[in-house]
Ligand binder design. Structure first.
Ligand code: GRF
Length: 195
């Protein structure tokens, strides 16, 4: 039997990507186990989803900072992920920039999902950036995390057409459908490359 790879997930919002991973695991498409979910947002629905699935779910205390991810908090998150036995870390709508303290522990093993075809439209609300730029196509990218913002090596991309009449919201919805396919697909590739 294929060995189950242990994953930790960090997110700030609804957690639909984390759910997509859980669903892929459930149907036997992804040989993995989510061992810990952490969120900097105590109200993030991702925590509720995790608890409903019986997965340990913890709030990350960011020492009152609105958007910064202070070093000592990253160290603590790294420690908790290690204690939970996570081999890989999936950022799934996590709104803080991961830097050295966490990269030192999990360098090359942290993945992120971004709602554009990187290197186009890094940063916030990439779907809105795509609408504002008037491009005909956008999509999503799963990539390795390095110290930059949305800059690490690409693992998987999936295209999404921008349709006439699309708003930022309708485009984001369509991109999310592809994200839910792309993330399990990317993890399968990553697992195959790191036996
Ligand atoms: C996704 O669009 C992802 O690409 C971006 O944040 C959103 C998270 O959505 N980084 P969810 O919390 O997984 O539903």
């Amino acid at each position: 039997m294929e060995k189950k790879r242990k994953i930790g997930v960090l997110g700030s919002g609804s957690g639909s990507n984390m759910q997509a991973l859980l669903d892929a695991i459930e149907v036997g498409e992804l040989a993995a186990e989510i061992v810990l979910v952490m969120s900097d947002n105590p109200d993030g629905y991702i925590l509720e989803r995790a608890r409903q699935a019986g997965i340990p779910a913890e709030v990350i205390d960011c020492a009152g900072y609105q958007s910064k991810f202070p070093d000592h908090c990253q160290e603590r998150v790294g420690k908790r992920l290690q204690e939970a036995g996570a081999e890989f870390v999936c950022l799934a709508g996590f709104m803080r920039l991961v830097k050295q303290p966490l990269l030192d522990v999990y360098g090359g093993k942290i993945l992120n999902i971004h709602p554009s075809l990187l290197p186009h439209f890094p940063g916030l609300e990439a779907w809105r950036q795509a609408i504002d730029a008037g491009v005909a196509e956008s999509g999503c990218t799963v990539h390795y995390v390095d110290a930059g913002m949305d800059t690490g090596p690409v693992i998987v991309q999936r295209q999404v057409p921008v349709l006439q009449g699309d708003t930022a919201e309708t485009l984001h919805e369509r991109i999310q459908e592809q994200e839910h396919i792309a993330y399990p697909e990317a993890l399968k590739l990553v697992f195959a490359q790191s036996p």
